[in-house]
Ligand binder design. Structure first.
Ligand code: IPM
Ligand code: MN
Length: 356
């Protein structure tokens, strides 16, 4: 049996509730994947910060580097400024492990609610590939003369040829692999350096992929079209910030944040990749056991894909879909009255039933 070591950072708020269900699901997949998953839980996050003055230990990255993957719940809690909790944990991990691909499926599963009218379910099936290592999130800038009349703040977007080419190439490869169209989202009309460059690289790399059909949209138009014509999007590639914003829009049209998952990948596998539900820590409902574990379950499906168990990854997604269709065990935000644990158990039951 193969052994995979998983670092679990359940984090804050509803993080521990949903992650507990994710761990059970991963365990349930063991016999089918032929992998033994060994968990190590790290109590890092905002509570840790209030005690220790930091989000994770000084050698946190070194510790994590010994694992095959990271499962992350949610980070952030009132009492710790968001830019600290996120920069010192989530964003540090993404960057230090060069997880330059943020893979976010935007797919309307059967049974999931959709606020759009006149849209066919199968028309919402996108795969967002968000640049995850630089761009608007490079953390480059300065704040000068703070608090004075002369105060100046700079937040620089950083687009390197290396970083832009590799994400766009990954997107072309993905589109080719699945036989899908590839849409690039940018904003060259206004961002006359970064996004003109992005568009150039998109065209340049595309020469190696004459078989991949492409489209390009400006980000504002893309936001509108995702609502009015979602069928136009299949594989999508965009910068860090645009991807952040549009994938929340994507979540809104595919059942909400309770169903939205994301993988932070180092495709070269030099470092551990990280899997997470993309919702926040939701302090308002934490501890009530009504948080939806389905996003975490979906991120487990992504983890199995990453471990080359695509068949099991797909079956987990099917189990999530069956759970939605049956609608017997759903959390309140999806109109049900089940607890986090009941939904988690139902996904495992559905998953096992698919093997029966
Ligand atoms: C996400 C989140 C993060 C991001 C925040 C929490 C820094 O919104 O994963 O989409 O913007 O990347
Ligand atoms: Mn986001």
């Amino acid at each position: 049996m193969i052994e995979k070591k998983i670092a679990v950072i359940a984090g804050d708020g509803i993080g521990p509730e949903v992650i507990a269900e994710g761990m059970k699901l991963l365990k349930a997949s063991e016999p089918y994947c032929g992998i033994h998953f060994e968990f190590t839980e790290f109590p890092w996050g905002c509570e840790y910060y209030l005690r220790e003055g930091r989000m994770m230990p000084e050698n946190g990255i070194e510790i994590l580097s010994g694992y095959d993957a990271i499962l992350l719940g949610a980070v952030g809690y009132p009492g710790v400024p968001d830019h600290i909790s996120l920069w010192d944990l989530l964003l540090t991990i993404r960057k230090r492990f060069d997880q330059y691909v943020n893979l976010r499926p935007i797919r309307l599963l059967k049974g999931a609610p959709c606020p759009l009218k006149d849209v066919r379910r199968e028309d919402i099936d996108m795969l967002f590939i968000r640049e995850n290592s630089e761009g608007e999130y490079a953390g480059a800038g300065d704040r000068l003369y703070a608090g004075t009349e002369r105060e100046v703040v700079m937040q620089n977007g950083v687009f390197s040829r290396y970083g832009t080419e590799r994400i766009i190439r990954y997107a072309y490869e993905t589109a080719r692999k699945y036989g899908k169209t590839l849409t690039s989202i940018s904003k060259g009309n206004a961002l006359n350096y970064s996004m003109v460059f992005w568009d150039e690289i998109f065209a340049e790399v595309g020469k190696d992929y004459p078989d991949v059909q492409t489209k390009s949209y400006l980000v504002d138009a893309a936001a509108m079209l995702m609502v009015t014509h979602p069928e136009r999007f299949q594989v999508v590639v965009c910068s860090n910030l645009f991807g952040d914003i549009l994938t929340d829009l994507g979540a809104a049209i595919t059942g909400g944040m309770g169903l939205a998952a994301g993988a932070n990948l180092d495709p070269e596998r030099r470092f551990p990749s990280m899997f997470e539900p993309i919702h926040g820590s939701a302090p308002d409902i934490a501890g009530q056991n009504i948080s939806n574990p389905l996003a975490t379950c979906w991120s487990i499906s992504q983890m199995l894909d990453h471990f080359d168990c695509e068949k099991e990854g797909a079956l987990i997604l099917q189990a999530i879909e069956n759970t939605l269709v049956d609608a017997k065990y759903l959390t309140p935000e999806l109109g049900g009255s089940a607890s986090t644990q009941e939904v988690g158990a139902e996904v495992i039951r559905q998953y096992q039933a698919l093997h029966a």
